[in-house]
Design a binder for this molecule. Structure first.
Ligand code: AMP
Length: 194
């Protein structure tokens, strides 16, 4: 199973990806997590990405495409993977299509989580509170100010992917306003329907 999870920041992509990992036994490839790891490790990529991420902007296509290309070539991706937070631009969508064509593999579906804008900022704030309460580090971009920028970047660069995948007949939309279990059930239903 090779899947793309689409949706704005706070839509629940990470939460649902974790459940799909359990169900299909394939890895979740979150470019956000990979970039945060690069920032924490102080790699050259991390050094380039840090300020951009903290401002809520998108890291360059060149950087993220390279990260994904390397990652999907690893053995644990042989049976499939869930792309979470990638692609985020039309150029990235073209790039991942080319990567997959190169490997003679195909995408099974693109699942878009639809969530009201008003609910998103609340979810992001809750994530920050939960992390703090659990003694975990709070993401620097989980603030209302940076969230505004992230949402702007989403509408400007990522929202056009809906039409892109719709035209390819790969798009499946799910009501992301349901409970976590409700969203999981809808995702399972659209994937099982093929
Ligand atoms: P996320 O964890 O998916 O919310 O991503 C956190 C931040 O990492 C984003 O706000 C971007 O700055 C950066 N990022 C993650 N994935 C991508 C991507 N596919 N393209 C560009 N920037 C990305």
């Amino acid at each position: 199973m090779r899947l793309i999870l689409l949706g704005p920041p706070g839509a629940g992509k990470g939460t649902q990806a974790a459940r799909l990992v359990e169900k299909y036994g394939i890895p979740q490839l979150s470019t956000g997590d990979m970039l945060r790891a690069a920032v924490a490790a102080g790699t050259p990529t991390g050094l380039k990405a840090k300020a951009v991420m903290e401002a809520g902007d998108l890291v360059s296509d060149e950087i993220v495409n390279q990260i994904v290309s390397d990652r999907i070539s690893e053995p644990d991706c042989a049976a499939g993977f869930i792309l979470d937070g990638y692609p985020r631009t039309l150029a990235q969508a073209d790039a991942v299509e080319a990567m997959m064509a190169d490997k003679a593999i195909t995408l099974d579906a693109v699942v878009e989580l639809i969530v009201d804008d008003k609910a998103l900022v609340g979810r992001i704030m809750k994530r920050a509170e939960d992390a703090k309460a659990a003694g975990q580090p709070v993401r620097k971009d989980d603030t209302p100010e940076v969230f505004d920028e992230r949402l702007r970047a989403y509408y400007k660069s990522t929202a056009p992917l809906t039409g892109y995948y719709y035209a390819k007949r790969q798009l499946k939309t799910v009501d992301g306003m349901l409970s976590i279990d409700g969203v999981t059930a809808e995702i399972n239903a659209v994937l099982d329907a093929g």
